[in-house]
Design a protein around this ligand. Structure first.
Ligand code: FE
Length: 204
C-alpha cells in the first residue's frame, strides 16, 4: 500500500508556504485573539531576508560536506523550540549556503539540504564554514517550519526564514543585514568548528 512519505508531504507544504514572503505568512497566520507572550520563555528567532539563492526541492540530508570539498569542516547543532521553551519535534530545517570560495550552487544542490528535528527538537548539520562574497559577512541561510500539530491556529502554514552568523567576523559590522541575536556560539578548539544555535519559533 502506498503511503505518503512524511518528508515529501512536509516539502509540499513548504513549497506552498515558500510562495509567499515569510512575513506575510507569519502575519496571516497569527490568531487575532492570541494571548500576549508572558516573557518567561525565549525570544523568537528574528526573521531575515531569503536572498536570491534559495532553491526549492532540496534533498533530505544532514551532511552537506562532501569528499574533496574545500573548506573548514563545521558541525552546527542545537534545538528548535517554541516561545515557551517546548522542544518542537519533527520541525523542518532547510539549509543553504555558499561554498568556501563564496559561490552558491544555483544549478544543483551542493551545500543545500533539509532535515527534521528529533523527538527532543534537536538538529545537527554537518557542513563547511561558508566563504565570503561581496556585500555580505559570513552566514548560513535556513528556513524552518514546525510540524502541523504544533500550530493549532494555523496548521501547516507557517515558516521562518533567517540566517545565522559567525562571531568575530570583520564583516559583521559592515553588513546591513547582520543581526547579533543570530550569532552562533562557536568553539574553535578543534580541527573544524563546533557551532551551536537554538531556534525559537513563535507559533502562538
Ligand atoms: Fe547568502
Amino acid at each position: 500500500m502506498a503511503t505518503e512519505h512524511p518528508a515529501l508531504s512536509r516539502r509540499s507544504i513548504l513549497l506552498a508556504a515558500a510562495a509567499l514572503p515569510a512575513s506575510t505568512l507569519l502575519q496571516a497566520c497569527r490568531s487575532p485573539g492570541r494571548a500576549p507572550r508572558t516573557g518567561d520563555g525565549p525570544e523568537p528567532t528574528h526573521e531575515q531576508t531569503e536572498g536570491p539563492f534559495y532553491r526549492l526541492f532540496s534533498t533530505q540530508r544532514p551532511v552537506l560536506r562532501e569528499a574533496g570539498m574545500a573548506g573548514t569542516p563545521m558541525d552546527l547543532s542545537g534545538r528548535v523550540t517554541d516561545t515557551r521553551g517546548k522542544p518542537l519535534a519533527n520541525a523542518l530545517l532547510d539549509f543553504w549556503q555558499c561554498d568556501d570560495a563564496g559561490v552558491y550552487d544555483t544549478r544543483g544542490y551542493r551545500l543545500r539540504g533539509h532535515q527534521f528535528t528529533d523527538a527532543e527538537g534537536r538538529y545537527r548539520l554537518q557542513t563547511i564554514v561558508p566563504g565570503l562574497y561581496p556585500g555580505r559577512t559570513r552566514h548560513i541561510h535556513v528556513k524552518l517550519q514546525p510540524a502541523g500539530d504544533d500550530v493549532p491556529q494555523a496548521p501547516k502554514m507557517l515558516n521562518l526564514t533567517t540566517q545565522v552568523y559567525f562571531p568575530g567576523e570583520p564583516g559583521n559590522g559592515k553588513d546591513e543585514l547582520f543581526d547579533d541575536s543570530l550569532l552562533m556560539a562557536i568553539d574553535r578548539d578543534h580541527d573544524g568548528r563546533i557551532a551551536r544555535f537554538d531556534f525559537v519559533l513563535d507559533i502562538g
